[in-house]
Write a protein that binds this ligand. Structure first.
Ligand code: A3P
Length: 294
């Protein structure tokens, strides 16, 4: 069994050019060797794209809308975070000791996903959620301010540049969303967008349900839409991370705003132009597109 490590919050390192927490890099060989099982469900995303939201949706679907069951433990305990070597647990140990069927979470870019997930006989159901770059940067900035397990983000100006250059944690947003987008043509991956779930929660929840091979009646679906809405999740201690000692929610709450377009409150005109230009250049080679406003 591995021991978790509380590293200095500044400490990061790299795996194949991707910036990750140093603790993750130190255990990289073990993470790379992780053994997936065919009945695993993997929830994958760039950080702050709506991971927790999707986790709640998946858990409610799997438990047929039973809130007693989904409130059995906090999100990060219910669904191990694969590359997490921070307290209170080592993701790998948690995943290995968990009975199947397991639901796992990762933020790894597609090229760093442990190869056992792709094995031919391994029919892991993978659900990816992506969020538009502008809201993603803002949300990540606030998250790094309040999460003691991650480096201090510095000023908004610095953070913005580091992010666009792909030098932030979990690497380039562009590579992440594009890499997983390409992978979905080869592997059975359900690729979702934060903005779609926000605008059409019921429709998107039904997609997840079908992907997971479940069939729930209308009443249960209504219930899931309600219990996975922002305000309900914000007030639920099992989904709002208030039980996490790593997060200082007086700096910024985990369930912060939960909207599309908050970037407008942070981006200067110059930053918006810079981002648009960078975006045009780096998204030139993909069919992937995002909506940045409601
Ligand atoms: P904001 O910081 O913009 O509010 P992740 O789970 O990947 O860390 O993503 C967190 C982001 O998703 C936060 O965004 C959080 O508020 C938002 N979020 C979580 N649950 C949500 C929900 N039910 N509805 C809308 N947004 C949600």
């Amino acid at each position: 069994e591995l021991k978790w490590k509380l590293m200095n919050r500044e400490e990061v390192s790299q795996v194949r050019g991707v910036v990750l927490q140093k603790s993750t890099c130190e255990y990289w060989n073990k993470i790379w060797d992780f053994q997936a099982k065919p009945d695993d469900v993997l929830i994958s995303s760039y950080p702050k794209a709506g991971t927790t939201w999707l986790q709640e949706i998946v858990d409610m679907i799997q438990n047929d809308g039973d809130i007693e069951k989904t409130r059995r433990a906090p999100t990060d305990i219910r669904m191990p975070f694969l590359e997490r070597i921070n307290p209170p647990y080592v993701g790998l140990d948690k995943a290995n000791e968990m009975p199947s069927p397991r639901v796992l979470k990762t933020h790894l870019p597609v090229q760093l996903l442990p190869p056992s997930f792709w094995k031919e006989n391994c029919k892991v159901s993978i659900i990816y959620v992506a969020r538009n770059i502008k809201d993603n940067i803002v949300s990540f900035f606030h998250f790094q301010r309040m999460n003691k397990g991650l480096p201090d983000p510095g000023s908004w100006e610095e953070y913005f540049e580091t992010f666009l250059e792909g030098k932030g944690l979990w690497g380039s947003w562009y590579d992440h969303v594009k890499g997983w987008w390409e992978a979905k043509d080869i592997y059975p991956i359900l690729y979702l967008f934060y903005e779609d779930i926000k605008k059409h929660p019921r429709r998107e929840i039904e997609k997840v349900m079908e992907f997971l091979g479940k069939n729930l009646d209308e009443k249960v679906l209504d219930k899931i839409v309600y219990y996975t809405s922002f305000n309900v999740m914000k007030n639920n201690p099992m989904s709002n991370y208030t039980l996490s000692s790593l997060m200082n929610q007086s700096v910024s709450p985990f369930m912060r705003k939960g909207v599309i377009g908050d970037w407008k409150n942070y981006f200067t005109v110059a930053q918006n132009e810079r981002c648009n230009e960078d975006y045009r250049e780096k998204m030139d080679d993909t069919t992937l597109s995002f909506s940045m406003e409601y």
